[in-house]
Design a protein. Structure first.
Length: 253
């Protein structure tokens, strides 16, 4: 079966993992990883810190795609998480504490949150006969751990951050698409970052959709949703496009 995508159709859906199917950089996740015994972190402040941090990470990954910096590998991801922790904490933490918190973020042992819109969306895809898979820049063991913790099949993981060319490299998108045995233009990618997910997927030939759970890109026009409840309607309307302000930001990079 197929899904409408603007004037076209797509035959499969490729999801990013973290903050798309599984909560990852959320106030509750940082609370458990850093201060499981309290004090309670201010949710509004943490959300603002995370929003700023993921925008910086998006830019860093995009600069790797466009050749302005080396590709964002696992070392870059770990550095991003360290910087996110410092932003959440409001200060730099001692290195041993930082390393311990980052390990817990990547492999949480506490209760893992679940997004209430994920299971219904995947069930709708199943009922429609539309195949789906997962691609992530996270290490394979972390990704599989998170999938098991929320009851999703780790076999759905098509590419992780441990390949020779991790996301958002064009080769990683193409490797994931090959698992469907479909051309890239028939597989839509759903990611939570504007430049290095939605735009990077488009560079690899995939239609794309921005799931902006952090409300980090409110000015993006078209193809932006804040919940998978709107997956099908957003696909039918077509993909993402940048506002004039977002395009100016890109030109300034």
């Amino acid at each position: 079966m197929s899904l409408p995508y603007g004037a076209l159709t797509v035959d499969a859906v490729l999801f990013d993992l973290d903050d798309v199917l599984v909560p990852f950089e959320t106030p509750a996740a940082w609370q458990w990883a850093w201060r499981p015994q309290g004090p309670v972190l201010g949710e509004r402040r943490v959300r603002a810190a995370v929003r700023r941090s993921i925008r910086r990470w998006d830019r860093r990954r995009w600069r790797g795609v466009t050749g302005r910096e080396p590709p964002a590998d696992l070392a870059a991801l770990l550095q991003h998480l360290r910087e996110s922790l410092a932003a959440v904490a409001g200060r730099s933490l001692p290195e041993p504490e930082t390393e311990a918190v980052v390990r817990r973020i990547l492999r949480p042992a506490g209760e893992v949150e679940r997004y209430p819109d994920v299971a219904p969306a995947l069930e709708r895809l199943r009922a429609a006969g539309v195949p789906w898979g997962i691609a992530t820049e996270l290490p394979a063991d972390s990704a599989q751990w998170l999938l098991r913790r929320v009851g999703l099949d780790p076999a759905r993981l098509f590419v992780s951050g441990e390949g020779p060319s991790p996301l958002p490299d064009r080769a990683a998108f193409r490797a994931a698409v090959a698992r469907f045995d479909l051309p890239p233009e028939r597989v839509v990618f759903v990611g939570d970052l504007f430049w290095s997910d939605a735009r990077a997927a488009a560079r690899a030939g995939l239609p794309s959709l921005l799931l902006d759970r952090h409300d980090a890109w409110p000015k993006v026009q078209g193809g932006r949703i804040v919940s998978l409840d709107h997956l099908e309607s957003a696909l039918a309307a077509g993909g993402t496009s940048a506002s004039a302000d977002e395009a100016a930001d890109d030109a300034a990079e």
